[in-house]
Design a protein around this ligand. Sequence first.
Ligand code: NAD
Ligand code: TYD
Length: 337
Amino acid sequence: MNILITGGAGFIGSNFIIYWLKKYARDNIINLDALTYAGNLANLNSVANLPNYRFIKGNICNSRLVSNIIRDIDIIVHFAAESHVDRSITDPGIFLETNIYGTHLLLKAALKNKIKRFHHISTDEVFGSLLLKDKNKFNEKTPYHPRSPYAASKAAADHLVLSFCHTYGLPVTITNCSNNYGPFQHPEKLIPLTITNIIENIKVPLYGDGKNIRDWLYVEDHCRAIELVLKEGRVGETYCVGGLLKDVSNLAVIKMIFRLLQGNENLLTFVPDRPGHDRKYAIDWSKIKRELGWQPRYSLEACLVKTVNWYKNNRSWWQSLKNRQFQAYFKKQYPDL
Ligand code: NAD
Ligand code: TYD
């Protein structure tokens, strides 16, 4: 089978490529990635020389390039996106371009080439925010209510994907997953930022009162969910994918990381809240469990240990990302630190 992965040099896409090639050694993968600040070919060192893996540097908004690449493709797994909420607050334009317009161009090319499956990777952020005290969770029937430019762009993309299924019969599936963590995540995101700042003895910024809740999903569990949806998911359906059964606040996650690293807790610094900061996400993953037999295999406690160890053992990987450009971003994003 020939699979086109978009955004495969990013965090989840690279984990997925490694996961897939280990299991399906006869499949061919083409990885189309623009290598923005978030794309990193070092993530793919372990597969770079395989004869059935090929990297193409390019933008999903380049329709001629996409048309050329897509000719012999059976399946598209679409990860490519601008993915950081904070950056979408500072500069929404590029989110609309890549996440909406780029997705639309890929859909058109997929339709023209009679692709057998277009799988779109989306987020729980399209559903908006729960209250801290809410007992209910997001599921596939929850109305969309995106509240950041990032979430709005992903919501628009989801609607477009489904519209191509309903209007033109394109065989699509969507997964709406919660916050991933694990190896190869860019240090701008909460968990890697916390780990690497503690190691470097730099202040760790926590927004607002630190009580916001995310539903943490280990990236390998997510890859397995995508695999199952590709193999057995029903066309035209969305599947919600989450990692936790109980609520865990950002402060609790950060404190776990401080304990694992025996870090100096004085580094923990409360900073002004993110504008429009969603209070809580929680996913009801009973549909994917019932239909496809998926459930998370890994606990947050065990996987935070794995993740912390990975960042401890791969210092050169993240140090090269915390370059001058990142320092400038960090200063601008956290002026109080
Ligand atoms: P990431 O930011 O780490 O990687 C995105 C990748 O896409 C990068 O390699 C980047 O170079 C590439 N890219 C960006 N714009 C492109 C363009 N125009 N053309 C081609 N390539 C381009 O993101 P991630 O965390 O790996 O997220 C992957 C997908 O999963 C995204 O669609 C995101 O919305 C979704 N998602 C992520 C999370 C999470 O916790 N990380 C949670 C839910 C959903
Ligand atoms: P993030 O990793 O940016 O993912 P998302 O905004 O997509 O959920 O943030 C996860 C949570 O951590 C979110 O509630 C915002 C919070 N956060 C901080 O408190 N400090 C930070 O420096 C960052 C980046 C995030």
